[in-house]
Design a protein around this ligand. Structure first.
Ligand code: N01
Length: 651
């Protein structure tokens, strides 16, 4: 890759004052800097010398001595100076063997070789986005004009899909029920809403951001990012806001979907599309519990995803029902201002501490991300690995493990003990409270939450934790299982989402009936989480069995599904075919593999009740796969998995 004049000028500026540069480099994280140096210089000696001080992928697991850090900075300045003076090109991505050595040293463990293609794609060194699907032969404009794709929803997944369709020149329309982009991040505005995957990874690989204010951004910062990506992509003419897809019916005679769309004013129209892609998300239909007496409550009562900002909680008696990811963020945020907070915990969740949870990204680090060549890429690798597959082996059941009720294996037990120790210290030694908040099931059985002062909040004088189910709601409060009434001015329902009925309430009718007939009430299944037999030219992003339960990032998964969908659409268009329908055999075989894998993993533990499983106990939302495995499954498209109707499509 050539270095442009402006790059050379920027490098010259960078090295013009070595003392200043040294001071700036001193503010950066050691490992990404070490990787940048190794990459730019080809010299691996420092990597080797730092290796023993790197215990894990998080920055707080690294303790490289000061003299070694100073040497790294000196050498870094020398190599940058050399690039500035010679104007030579920055190196391409490292060769696989070097990449492997760099990755291993950088995270303090051997990174499976299988990861390397995925790492190269994620880091995107040549800036061309290796995940972009490119035509294999010239496609005439008249051919492209015969196709049009309808994308449902403009959250993270739908936006990525729209961007890739636009890049490929494929006609498309996006229908979004809200009046703005953002999906779940647009809808969830409750106090404390934030992501629990680090943003430098929880963002598109094709549009990284060097300016995040936090490692774990709050809702408004994420929305700002999504909006800026949307505006940069100039999708305006393709998007219809405040319109909602009601149904989609496949017409096999003309190989088109008739999509019924409802406008904000209630009027409806039909839009025809060859292909429909759902980006409607998994967690977007609130689950409102059916509690005796709910309708009698006199005060405001709202769901976490429909927060009523007109209600002032100051000094009020608030009852919060639910202690999942949303509830654990809400309570610490509102407790300091409410008069009294009663939290109903039906069953406890595990929660881990991360020192970076509320940390701000310093100006120094932001500067490094924006200015040091490749720093932002290696930084992404660190965070990607920190949050991805490392934990998965500890979620596998050991059939000989002697304590199977509470843990799965030795590593899982060790996590359990760390978590209990953490809770004990946060609860100030209150063993009674500790017993109430300690799950009986193994760690990760339900989503592992991040402790953002949740446990400390429970020790506040104005907070009370009530365990067990809600017996009923009255006009003025909530009654617990022991018949004790807890007065309430406001009730917050942090009760989760209807995750087992994806696509709901949209009616989707394929060649053999409705998707509800195929999935029943709560048993969604798809090939690779994306396609379903008898629903030709229909693709689901964030579909069945694609939610990450052990780590990773929903954005990563959705980029995998977008690529797979683009590969499929390419196949359709290059063949000028009318339709493709996934065959039963690969669909069934894939789902057997998913179920067999899940049988070995924590989410099917008999002691766990979570939103990942349906009423028969089958895990329907979560992926059992390591990230790199799912990436490999979706990185190619096998036409043999599909019945492809090659009758040429007509306009
Ligand atoms: O929902 P949940 P959530 N009576 O289903 C309880 C993502 N997310 O909105 O545990 C009493 O996890 C229920 O009790 P139990 C993330 O993927 C991410 O919190 O089933 N209680 C539980 O405590 C997450 O997993 C982020 O026994 C009732 C709670 O309500 C997903 O969204 C932030 C009840 C529901 O917890 C969903 O999280 C927020 C009833 N009738 C959300 N019904 C971050 O990235 C339910 N409950 C940080």
């Amino acid at each position: 890759m050539m270095t442009s004049h402006s790059d050379v000028a920027a490098l010259k500026d960078l090295v013009a004052e070595p003392h200043l540069l040294d001071a700036r480099l001193a503010q950066l994280d050691t490992v990404p800097l070490l990787l940048v140096y190794t990459h730019l210089s080809g010299d691996e000696s420092l990597l080797e010398r730092c290796r023993p001080y790197i215990k894990g992928a998080w920055s707080f697991e690294v303790d490289v001595p000061a003299d070694l850090q100073a040497e790294l900075r000196r050498k870094m300045i020398a190599v940058l100076t050399d690039y500035a003076e010679t104007g030579r090109a920055l190196p391409p991505a490292p060769e696989l063997e070097q990449l492997q050595r760099m990755c291993d040293a950088a995270v303090g463990q051997v990174v499976p070789a299988e990861y390397m293609p995925m790492v190269l794609e994620e880091l995107n060194f040549d800036g061309t986005d290796a995940k972009t699907v490119r035509w294999r032969k010239p496609i005439a404009n008249e051919t492209l004009a015969k196709y049009n794709v309808l994308v449902i929803g403009l959250g993270y997944s739908g936006l990525a899909m729209a961007i890739k369709l636009k890049e490929a020149g494929i006609p498309f329309t996006v229908v979004e029920k809200n009046d703005d982009v953002g999906g779940t991040w647009y809808e969830n505005t409750y106090p404390g809403v934030a992501v629990d995957t680090p943003n430098h990874f929880y963002s598109y690989s094709f549009r990284t951001e060097s300016n995040w204010d936090h490692y774990f951004a709050q809702g408004p910062e994420i929305i700002k990012y999504i909006r800026s990506v949307y505006h940069e992509a100039e999708l305006g003419e393709h998007v219809r806001f405040e319109e909602e897809v009601v149904s989609a019916i496949w017409d096999r005679h003309i190989a088109q979907w008739y999509v019924r769309i409802r406008r904000k004013d209630g009027s409806e129209y039909v839009h025809c599309a060859n292909v429909v892609v759902s980006g409607s998300g998994l967690l977007n239909r609130p689950s409102i519990p059916d509690i005796d007496g709910m309708q009698d409550f006199k005060g405001p009562m709202f769901h976490s995803a429909r927060w009523d900002h007109s209600v002032d909680l100051a000094g009020k008696r608030v009852v919060q029902i639910g202690t999942g990811a949303s509830g654990m963020q809400i309570a610490p945020s509102i407790a300091p201002k409410v008069g009294h907070l009663t939290v109903f915990q039906r069953s406890p969740h595990w929660a881990r501490k991360n020192p970076l949870l509320f940390a701000e990204v310093t100006d120094g680090v932001k500067w490094g991300l924006a200015n040091i060549p490749y720093y932002t890429k290696w930084y992404r690798f660190q965070l990607l690995y920190a949050t991805s597959d490392g934990v998965l082996p500890s979620l596998r059941k050991d059939p000989n493990w002697p304590e199977p009720e509470t843990s799965l294996n030795a590593a899982n037990k060790a996590i359990r003990e760390q978590l209990i120790e953490h809770m004990r210290s946060e609860l100030g030694g209150d063993e009674e409270l500790l017993a109430k908040v300690t799950p009986t099931f193994p760690p990760y059985g339900k989503r592992m939450l991040r402790d953002g002062n949740w446990f400390r909040t429970l020790t506040r004088d104005n907070v009370e934790l009530v365990t067990g189910p809600v017996a009923r709601i009255t006009a003025t409060g909530v009654v617990d299982k022991d018949g004790i009434k807890h007065p309430a001015d406001v009730i917050v329902l942090a009760t989760g989402f209807k995750a087992q009925a994806p696509l709901s309430p949209i009616e989707i009718i394929g060649t053999k009936g409705s998707i509800r007939d195929h999935w029943g009430e709560d048993n969604p299944r798809a090939y690779l989480g994306v396609t379903v037999p008898h629903f030709p030219n229909f693709f689901i992003l964030y579909g069945p069995n694609t939610n990450g339960g052990h780590g990773g990032s929903a954005v990563f998964n959705s980029e995998c599904q977008v690529r797979y969908t683009m590969l499929a659409i390419r196949e359709l268009i290059e063949r000028e075919a009318a339709s493709m329908d996934v065959r039963e055999e690969p669909f069934e075989a894939y789902n057997r593999l998913v179920d067999a894998e899940h049988a070995q993993l924590v989410w099917t533990h008999p002691g766990v009740k979570n939103w990942y499983r349906n009423k028969d106990g089958r895990v329907v939302t979560n992926s059992p796969w390591r990230l790199c495995h799912y990436r490999n499954l979706t990185a190619t498209f096998n036409p043999a998995d599909y019945d492809i109707e090659t009758a040429k499509v007509t306009a």
